[in-house]
Design a binder for this molecule. Structure first.
Ligand code: SAH
Ligand code: SF4
Ligand code: F3S
Length: 461
């Protein structure tokens, strides 16, 4: 039997209805999920939908969800609930929920039972089957559920609608094998799988040809890229190959797991002129006891060796981190070890989180869960210390010259345009002096949270 082209079938159905068919994808969570969201938008476009940037008035709304912490999930339930009325008023409206949250059985069940106005629920592995689900929903007027297996957004043939005009996401692998005891990702995303280097390089070339100025290589642990591929390749080697693509662009990557961070990688960052002098190297905790119970498989001492080695090999490198406070059993002494590591590692920025219990993880059943008031107090102390350090790091760059990609990512006040430097620092400059794109900048003054830059005109270089 020939395969049915459901994309075409939905296109036909839509063409019989009047007007423009609008769709909005609301993505939560990490950059990988945003990248998946861009593929869902690509699929929607192929079916004949026009992508819009708000749920208001949209005919089709997809919630592409994140399960990493409880508050991420709460927000989704709240935002889905808001659309109930719009759905009642427009019988043609479709509401779908997909992504990491629905890959958990208890959540899928909740949508099935308590959110009857959600028309389609599909998991992280089912994205390529979206056209079929939409077609069946429209023609049978029935709710569709698909939490089954499949390639998900890893499928090589999926179209993509890129949301940004300067920066492009490029997933190099999917899933995670690390099973940190607090983390739901391996449970909802499945096992780690690397894409073939030739597919990654072809996509990188397309991105560059389309005029993008920044490529971010994405994976939950990019340092283990290549595991399981027939022709052996390391992440450092891949980085060098992407760097060799001609063009005016730069490269970032995330996330690096400290247990797999090597000298080879740090040297590749140093040698590759397009790779930014910046590493996101999440430590999670400064206490060896906590790290052990988190199953992170490195010690605070090993982490500091990596930081020192990075600073020795890569000039002006900045390092950022993720931290969790209030992991089960975290004592005041454990927390002090995290504060101490912050002082030593001197991250330019951190993402800190209060531990959130996730069903199905090992940490969820550990004894001695920490009361919220203790965690929030520690969280605030850590934040205050980090603010001080971030300001000091910014100040240490005053007087240096760097390249900034201006793209207005951060709101930096009226009359100014923002960008990120080659070291990932937030820099601003007067709008009258520079357009979006790359510019050479003299870092004139620290504003604490950012740097004031002076554009160096090309003739002055
Ligand atoms: N793969 C990346 C992280 C992805 S999740 C890595 O290993 O570094 C992003 C961050 O969310 C993690 O680094 C961690 O700091 C945080 N996080 C994950 N699970 C969490 C939980 N249950 N509670 C609080 N923070 C969590
Ligand atoms: Fe989660 Fe750990 Fe995998 Fe990162 S490496 S996604 S924190 S299990
Ligand atoms: Fe969240 Fe899934 Fe990413 S749980 S952090 S969206 S992989």
């Amino acid at each position: 039997m020939p395969e049915i082209n459901f994309t075409e079938k939905v296109r036909e159905l839509l063409s019989k209805r009047e007007g423009v068919h609008t769709a909005f994808v609301h993505t939560y969570g990490c950059q990988q999920n945003f990248s998946d969201g861009e593929k869902l938008e690509g699929i929607l476009e192929q079916m004949g939908y026009t992508i819009v940037d708000s749920a208001e008035g949209a005919e089709f709304v997809i919630f592409n969800t994140c399960a990493i912490r409880e508050n991420a999930e709460k927000r989704v339930f709240g935002n889905v609930g808001i659309l109930k009325k719009a759905h009642e008023e427009n019988p043609d409206m479709i509401i779908a929920v997909c992504g990491c949250m629905v890959q958990q059985e208890h959540i899928a069940k909740k949508f099935r039972q308590s959110y009857p106005f959600v028309d389609i629920v599909f998991g992280t592995h089912a994205a390529p089957r979206l056209p079929e689900l939409v077609y069946k929903h429209i023609t049978a007027k029935k709710r569709q559920f698909d939490i089954g297996e499949g390639e998900g957004c890893m499928a090589e043939y999926l179209p993509i609608h890129r949301d940004d005009d300067m920066k492009a996401n490029l997933p190099i692998m999917h899933g995670c094998d690390n099973f940190c005891t607090y983390c739901v990702v391996p449970l909802v995303r499945g096992r780690e799988k690397s894409r073939l280097p030739e597919n990654i390089l072809a996509e990188a070339r397309e991105i560059v040809a389309a005029g993008y100025k920044e490529i971010t290589l994405l994976g939950q642990n990019v340092n283990s890229y290549g595991k399981g591929l027939e022709n052996k390749i390391t992440f450092a080697e891949l980085l060098r190959e992407v760097n060799a693509i001609p063009g005016d662009f730069r490269i970032k990557f995330m996330t690096s797991h400290p247990k797999d961070c090597t000298r080879e990688l740090l040297e590749a960052i140093r040698d590759c002129e397009k790779v930014c002098n910046y590493i996101h190297l999440p430590v999670q905790s400064g206490s060896n006891d906590v790290l052990h119970r988190m199953n992170r498989r490195y010690t605070a001492e090993h982490y500091m060796e990596l930081v020192d080695m990075a600073r020795e090999i890569i000039p002006d490198v900045t390092i950022t981190s993720d931290l969790i406070v209030g992991f089960p059993g975290e004592t005041e002494e454990d927390f002090e070890a995290t504060m101490e590591l912050s002082r030593k590692a001197r991250w330019s920025m951190t993402y800190s989180f209060i531990y959130s219990k996730r069903e199905g993880t090992k940490a969820a059943v550990m004894e001695d869960q920490i009361p919220h008031d203790v965690s929030s107090n520690r969280f605030q102390r850590l934040l205050d210390l980090q603010t001080e350090i971030s300001h000091e790091i910014n100040a240490s760059f005053v007087g240096k010259t760097t390249t900034v990609l201006f793209d207005d990512e951060v709101d930096v006040g009226e009359g100014y345009i923002s960008g990120r430097s080659y070291e990932n620092l937030v820099v601003r400059a007067p709008r009258t002096d520079v357009q979006k794109g790359f510019a050479k900048v003299y870092l004139k003054e620290s504003l604490g949270w950012a740097l004031d830059g002076e554009i160096i005109k090309t003739e002055e270089i």
